[in-house]
Design a binder for this molecule. Structure first.
Ligand code: GLU
Length: 484
């Protein structure tokens, strides 16, 4: 087995939007598979009929595709170990349950939810760890038949032997759990649906998973799962439990800390590569002070023992910083592709590619997220931009007027000379000091205010290039009129 290419899996339950913590688990598995030339399997854990939704599943697949995390086997990519939805594997779980029943390693449990809750409360009130105390473990055959005849539904519990359960975690080292502290756990519910710990063992075994990489919140599940591997005579995979993403208060990152779903970050205009890069970086997975990694570099540098050892605080400011860094170096065409939903939302579906690329080039140093493009599309639209109160205030001086009138004169003097947009700034601006008797800021500030309606924004030369002669004239006239 050691020389076989590794097989890893990401096994989400589609009961909500994809959380960045889970996306990070998917990424670690994916990087591990790529680094080791192994296979990455996507398995949908959809046995919870109440909480599972097809919409969440569709969103999940879309989010993974957006992130560029693809799978070798899974939904839409059937392979030898399918089906890849747990809901389509129920007969497999049934067969394995029967084996465990025959071997008397599991027993039917008739306790009702009320009885279990009462037991839990009683243990808690006595300051004992809540667990199943084994009420149904030693029922006689007669009692079982009687309860079954009464129509009492039975769940199946695994009889946990006392004694230690140990394993060597690839990230955390030697782990040890005490069987006596765990309590017999349910492997199949009374409605016949397998519990997570049971289904996952059968699937990981049948799908020939070699490494299970998941969050450390699953550590105690691993102890239970190891008992099932042993009971079923399966060779267990290697386990690696990475630390979780934390909020600023060092508790597990959750909604009360702000955005947590991959979808939310996409909607806020974060580039997919940036989210991947940031998630990989969290917890110093790669270290060495380097912060920007291409996917190829992430694959090369990835190693489990460095990944996710300590809990890392999710810092949205850092994510935005990384986003602006990427936006600066990405080509306008690529950015335009990612910006489509924001362009649509702002109502600029019909903008030409050429104009869009010009605007992106003009403003990308000012962007921290892609959604901000909507604002700049309006700034450069003669019918949509507005003169802000600050801009009007700045333009209300005699000097400002001189600057506006000065540039308007120079534009008029261009006469019929075809206005080469890219050259306007270089041609006209050197003439402005002589024309107005002013220089530096006294020229730039009023011009930015008059031409964009704002006191802060992209560099002026870029604004000239986007606006061109007629928009420049239109805007100067408007600003002069507004301050007259
Ligand atoms: N469906 C489980 C979850 O989403 C999978 C955990 C595992 O990787 O085993 O938490």
């Amino acid at each position: 087995m050691t020389n076989m290419p590794p097989r890893v899996r990401f096994a989400p339950s589609p009961t909500g939007e994809l959380h960045v913590g889970n996306a990070r688990t998917a990424l670690f598995n994916w990087l591990f598979a790529k680094h080791n030339r192994g296979n990455f399997i996507l398995r949908i854990e959809d046995t919870d009929q109440v909480r599972t939704s097809r919409v969440f599943e569709a969103n999940l697949l879309q989010d993974l595709a957006w992130l560029g995390i693809d799978w070798d086997e899974g939904p839409g990519k059937e392979g030898p170990c399918g089906p890849y939805h747990q809901s389509e594997r129920l007969s497999l779980y049934r067969t394995h349950l029967e084996r465990l029943i025959a071997a008397e390693l599991v027993y039917p449990c008739y306790c009702t939810d009320e009885e279990l809750e009462a037991e839990r409360l009683s243990l808690v009130s006595r300051k004992m760890m809540p667990r199943y105390m084994g009420k149904c473990r030693n029922l006689t055959a007669e009692t079982r038949s009687r309860l079954a005849a009464e129509g009492r539904p039975a769940a199946y519990r695994f009889h946990v032997p006392p004694g230690p359960i140990t394993f060597s975690d690839l990230i955390r080292g030697e782990m040890r759990f005490e069987g006596s502290a765990l309590g017999d756990f349910i492997i199949v519910r009374s409605n016949g649906i397998p519990a997570y710990n049971f289904a996952v063992v059968i699937d990981d075994h049948l799908m020939e998973i070699t490494h299970v990489i998941r969050g450390e919140d699953h550590l105690s599940n691993t102890a239970l799962q190891l008992l099932l591997y042993l009971a079923l005579g399966f060779e267990p995979p290697r386990f690696a439990h990475h630390a979780l993403i934390l909020g600023r208060d060092r508790s597990k990152l959750s909604k009360r800390h702000g955005a947590t779903a991959v979808r939310e970050f996409r909607e806020r205009g974060i580039l997919p590569e940036v989210l991947l890069n940031y998630l990989a970086l969290l917890g110093a997975s790669f270290g060495e002070g380097k912060e920007v990694f291409t996917t190829g570099e992430m694959i090369d540098a990835f190693s489990l023992d460095r990944a996710g050892k300590s809990g890392a605080i999710f810092d949205e400011d850092k994510l935005l910083w990384l986003n602006s860094l990427y936006i600066r170096k990405e080509s306008p065409a690529t950015l335009a592709g990612h910006m489509r939903p924001f362009i649509s939302a702002a109502g600029y579906d019909h903008i030409t590619e050429v104009r869009l690329h010009r605007i992106i080039e003009a403003v990308r140093d000012n962007l921290t997220n892609l959604a901000e493009i909507g604002y700049y599309l309006r700034v450069f639209d003669d019918n949509a931009y507005e003169l802000s109160a600050e801009a009007l205030q700045l333009l209300a001086t005699e000097e400002a007027k001189k600057v506006m009138v000065g540039l308007l004169d120079l534009l008029d003097d261009l006469g019929k000379v075809p206005a080469e947009d890219d050259r306007l700034y270089g041609t006209l601006m050197p003439l402005m000091p002589e024309k107005t008797g002013l220089r530096g800021k006294k020229i730039f500030m009023p011009l930015r205010a008059a031409l964009t309606g704002q006191t802060k924004g992209p560099e002026l030369d870029r604004c000239f290039a986007v606006l061109g002669k007629s928009s420049l004239q239109h805007r100067l006239h408007r600003a002069i009129a507004a301050t007259a």
